[in-house]
Design a protein around this ligand. Structure first.
Ligand SMILES: C[S@@+](CC[C@H](N)C(=O)[O-])C[C@H]1O[C@@H](n2cnc3c(N)ncnc32)[C@H](O)[C@@H]1O
Length: 258
């Protein structure tokens, strides 16, 4: 039986790198959602030909992969050797390099990035202190006037908002899935459990703590650290029917390094 209670988000993504589908590294259940999010990022900050793009917490590297012929050079940063190895095996483009590193310690030279993307990562950071250290690192690697995308930052506690208060109980989680996502998702959840119990697939019990910050506070922190906040957007998402809508819990921020 391979039901694993994971101690933090980095550990969770490390284990996801052994999944059958590389798309699990995006943290989304369907790759169409990742492609959709990437399209928004590309339209907003990657529309012109860039010299050096750094994608911090690049997940399954869908974004870098789709822009590889438009950029001079792309760096994808992932926090574990396991994720790096999986991505290296999957992609072999000479203009995209996958490096192991953390938001707080980027393995990148000072001031080389024309564009930095960090989407769906800040919510996985531990606390405000780590957020500040990460922003300082992003500032260090970004060129003057360079653009920074910090996407999918929750402004409220999503666990509470979505009533995901099942803690580590699998039974309560199943009830939640049935009530909120319907019979199909419930059936898939049962299948996953059965595969873990009888066939050795890994079933992760993930951490339930996610970072969130009000936009006025986040803007204050960014400005204090030397960024200009160019735009704040409601994160656009696709709902269960794949229709576009505004997220009710997350914002995207576009910054410029002064
Ligand atoms: C939710 S996925 C987002 C992937 C991608 N950016 C996207 O939007 O499709 C989170 C990614 O951030 C990485 N990550 C988590 N904590 C990190 C940290 N402290 N430093 C760097 N990357 C981190 C994970 O390993 C994973 O690759």
């Amino acid at each position: 039986m391979a039901i694993v209670k994971v101690k933090n988000h980095i550990e969770s993504y490390k284990l996801k790198s052994f999944s059958e589908s590389i798309n699990e590294l995006s943290g989304r259940i369907d790759n169409r959602l990742t492609i959709y999010r990437n399209q928004i990022i590309m339209n907003k900050v990657l529309s012109s030909f860039e010299n050096v793009v750094v994608d911090i917490g690049c997940g399954d590297a869908t974004l870098l992969n789709s822009i590889q012929h438009k950029v001079g050079i792309g760096f994808g940063i992932v926090p574990s050797s396991e994720e790096k190895d999986r991505l290296d095996k999957e992609y072999s483009d000479s203009s995209v390099f996958i490096l192991k590193g953390l938001t707080v310690a980027l393995p990148i030279e000072d001031e080389i990035a024309t564009t930095v993307v960090c989407n769906g990562v800040f919510l996985l950071l531990e606390n405000e202190d780590e957020v500040i250290k990460s922003l300082l690192e992003i500032k260090r690697v970004t060129k003057k006037d360079g653009t920074v995308w910090i996407g999918e930052v929750p402004f409220i506690d999503e666990v509470e908002y979505n009533a995901r208060n099942y803690g580590d109980s699998i039974l309560k989680w199943l009830v939640f899935v049935f009530r909120n996502n319907g019979y199909n998702s419930f059936f898939k959840a049962i299948q996953r459990l059965i595969r873990a119990i009888f066939f050795g697939d890994t079933f992760l019990i993930n951490p339930k703590q996610f970072f969130f910050i009000r936009p006025e506070k986040f803007v204050g922190v960014c400005e204090m650290l030397g960024f200009e906040v160019v735009e704040i957007l409601n994160s656009k998402i696709l709902n269960n029917c794949f229709e576009e809508e505004d997220s009710s819990t997350r914002y995207d921020y576009i910054l410029r390094k002064n």
